[in-house]
Design a protein around this ligand. Structure first.
Ligand SMILES: Cc1ncc(COP(=O)(O)O)c(C=O)c1O
Length: 371
């Protein structure tokens, strides 16, 4: 199958990929030592049983705070459109207690539907896909990336990256003792031919190190370059990843802020279930709520959740409930209106900035507005 970038057969690459048979990744082999050995902590194991049985247990082991003497009994949040979101005593009981690692079920359902509408992941579209799709709420993309690295990267592992990557991600990779391997990239994304040459020559060029099993990419409005991948590149890189059984971590922080029609994501082409996608509410509702979502193959998501259970336990229930109420009130149609309005606002500001740069910095800077 064609794997290199070829403008004449771009449509063919995408459609060939979408109609190709599933090549199920070796998830166990892609996990690091932590990901392979991590188990459900004992408290979470009880919660999982409770969910499976569909019953509500009285749990004496969790260190649940008694809600009665706690100081906050309700809250109100005013929205820019004049509506008010109210939290009553029932909500406060949920907020003051521990909750599920996965996050609030209604919010997970809403975001799964959003993912289905927006990306149409083949894992969700195909009735008989061998790997279930899962989606869980996170404390934002930074923590989701850390959690994924925690289960996937060992000290000394290599990870494939674009030329330019969000500096915090680079910091996290270094913290885990992994080696960033840069694949040549341009305004349309990563070059599949270079990726192929790195992976095919791996044992000779990098003796004594494992061939990378993970690729990280910011496919829309990259920070710092602002570039958005072309769909042919996504497909070509995906096919190389399939050949060498690489798992793709897709950071979609700016996906909804694209100027104009939104471009395809890796998730939309994920026939195999090899894409783990991180999204965030930081640019849509606010960064301080520390809320996002991660989605993709259930095998990887379940390990991520085990790691979360041992670290932050779950994202803020207040943030989840508030964001869910807003999304529920809006519905999917209004959500689209809101994010388009946001993107238009950023476009105006970007144009203003370009004008100012042209006026004051001509000859001193390189202008790129890729979104
Ligand atoms: C590419 C990219 N990913 C992730 C983040 C952080 O997202 P969050 O606030 O959800 O941690 C940022 C923040 O600027 C970013 O630029």
């Amino acid at each position: 199958m064609e794997t290199s970038h070829n403008p004449r057969n771009g449509y063919t690459i995408v459609s060939q990929l979408l109609s190709s048979p599933v090549s199920r990744p070796d998830y166990q082999g892609a996990l690091g030592r932590v990901g392979r050995r991590i188990e459900d902590n004992r408290l979470r194991a009880v919660v999982i049983k409770e969910m499976a049985l569909g019953i509500k247990m009285i749990r004496l082991s969790n260190g649940m705070p008694c809600p009665d003497p706690l100081p906050i009994t309700g809250a109100q949040f005013s929205l820019r459109d004049g509506t008010v979101v109210t939290m009553d005593q029932n909500d406060m009981d949920a907020i003051t207690s521990y909750n599920y690692c996965e996050g609030i079920q209604e919010l997970r359902n809403w975001l799964t539907e959003l993912t289905r509408l927006e990306h149409k992941p083949p894992q969700l579209e195909m009735a008989d896909h061998p790997e279930p799709f899962d989606l869980t709420i996170t404390n934002g993309s930074t923590d989701a990336t850390r959690g994924i690295f925690h289960i996937m990267l060992d000290e000394g592992d290599s990870i494939l990256l674009e030329n330019d990557v969000y500096s915090t991600t680079i910091g996290q990779i270094k913290l885990f003792g992994a080696n960033p391997v840069t694949v040549d990239s341009d305004e349309q994304g990563m070059l599949a031919d270079h990726l192929e040459s790195i992976l095919s020559s791996w044992p000779q060029t990098h003796p004594k190190t494992k061939r990378p099993r993970v690729l990280f990419a910011i496919t829309s409005c990259n920070n710092p370059t602002s570039y958005t991948w072309h769909e042919e590149r996504l497909a070509a890189v995906y096919l190389v990843c399939r050949k060498y059984d690489v798992i793709i971590l897709e950071d979609g922080a700016y996906y909804f802020l694209q100027f104009g029609e939104r471009k395809r994501s890796f998730q939309s082409l994920d026939v195999d279930g090899r894409v783990v996608r991180m999204d965030t509410f930081s640019k849509l509702i606010g960064a301080g709520y520390r809320l996002g979502w991660i989605s993709g193959p259930a095998t990887i998501i379940s390990r991520y959740l085990r790691s979360m259970a041992q670290n932050t336990i779950h994202p803020s229930v207040l943030s989840q409930l508030l964001v869910y109420r807003i999304l529920h009130q809006w519905g999917h149609e209004r959500f689209q209106v809101e994010v388009k309005h946001l993107a238009a606002e950023y476009k105006k500001r970007a144009q203003l900035m370009v004008k100012a740069l042209e006026k004051y910095c001509t000859g001193k800077s390189k202008k790129t507005i890729g979104c």
